[in-house]
Design a protein around this ligand. Sequence first.
Ligand code: AHR
Length: 507
Amino acid sequence: TTVDAHLDPRAEVAEIDRRIFGGFVEHLGRHIYDGIFEPGHETADAEGFRTDVVKLVKELGVSTIRYPGGNFVSGYRWEDGIGPKEQRPRRLDLAWHATETNEIGLHEFQSWLDKVGSDLMLAVNLGTRGTQEALDLLEYANTSVKTARTDERAANGRDTPFGVKMWCLGNEMDGPWQLGHRNATDYGKLASRTAKGMRQLDPSIELVACGSSGRSMPTFGAWERQVLEHTFDDVDFISCHAYYQEHDGDAREFLASAVDMQRFIESVVATADHVAALKKSEKRIMLSFDEWNVWYMSTWNEQAVTYGPDEWPVAPRQLEDQYNALDAVVFGDLMITLLQHSDRVRSASLAQLVNVIAPIMTEPGGISWRQTTFFPFSLTSRLTAPGARAVRVAVESGTFTSERFGEVVNVNAVATVDDDGVSLFVVNRSLTDAASLRVDISQLAEALGKELTVVESHLLHEHDHYAANTLAEPERVGVRPVEDAAVAASVLTASLPPVSWAAIRLA
Ligand code: AHR
């Protein structure tokens, strides 16, 4: 079917904050140990970091990385991860039923971030700990004044502050599974007084209050309102977390996942703005979508290992989802949706990066490889130039019927426009219909003052939607050019097979 679209640069959403291309590293499973850190590995550098993984993380193009959790942070003592390694305590990680060796802590992680070229976003423990410990960490990380804490930092090898800009006030405090879980009022009060103290110490930081850990949480909406009623003046962001998966082989319903994300974002924006109205404030709270991905959570629950009371393994294989082509198409659509809301989604973190629900996989002593989801992330990040603006693309396509969302458009797209050209990201969600895309770009060509041609294009599509990259076949799925993508008379034409994602760069 022919799909007509129109790209007018005046339909601008916002200049994109690069933090929308963030990632997330948690002390969980083989993410850190036997993932990014494997001292015996043939590619390991002097600090024990796998350089093959560093290379892939750079290629992925992640801006800010949230650390150290996740559920893990709600029981974490950050002091365990500093000082001489041989003196660091081994601790039980209650969130994931594992032993944490604390070989990697703040200093080592920062050193790894310097290698991959990403910025640190830290979460403080508001589960088992409180305001004082958050202040201790902030002083240790961000202060240049000579104090007992900064002397300790210097003794641990770092004279200059880490200068961490973004801070999460706890993690998923609405979730009954969370250590130190609280109701919205109790959390809101704790987050407010912690935020106030942190700002007294360092007014330049940006703070994220915990929103809901999913749109289906029973407290969704009320949680955001109540938390923001307490923290509105103290924070810059409210977080959103969402994971999607194909249930019972229903690919059609899975392909509508981005509609859920869209509704999630719009509901949280409405709620935050409702609190602004109550407070008669012009301030706008931004969204930090700091956990999003495809995650086969139901499979994990079914297969979850139950450990004996004395079994607390170090770096067990946990949450090692294998992603297929269908997952990557949905994933690409989620990225399109984040960009479509970049006026309010000013930060987002793909959860997670290596081995744990991750775009990058490693085998101990062996290879590392790109999962299918790697491609839409790295291409969207790379083809969105610094300073680019997100522009809405008006698409007239057919629809399919979703049980949850009613009529859902087959084709969804967004453009990122910079001074040199435009990148178009487009998904064909239809299970059956190929799309012959025709995009009128005349207004864009006029605004940029030049004729545009296709300079690169990438298509992610597999006849077998369930094809995946594995240890045995690490390059089974990749991207290839959109063969017929071309511009003639200011119209871009391109064919998109059913269940496909594409990126097309015009300059
Ligand atoms: O990303 C995996 C887990 O999902 C995180 O630890 C937690 O915050 C969320 O429930």
